[in-house]
Design a binder for this molecule. Structure first.
Ligand SMILES: [Zn+2]
Length: 55
């Protein structure tokens, strides 16, 4: 299953969630595992946009 990377806007914790496409689409309750905040945003995959170099 795909892994989604999230960042907590409250405490800055970055974490990954493995969600099935169905769960992802259903927007199941997701929250920061560190502080429990729901104020999280999905971040880009680490291997993407790692460099600003344009080719
Ligand atoms: Zn947090």
């Amino acid at each position: 299953m795909p892994t989604y990377t999230y960042e907590c806007k409250k405490c800055g914790n970055e974490f990954e969630l493995v969600l099935s496409f169905r769960d992802y689409e259903a927007k199941k309750d997701r929250r920061c595992p560190a502080c429990g905040s729901k104020n999280i945003v999905q971040t880009l995959a680490p291997f993407y946009a790692k460099t600003s170099k344009k080719s």
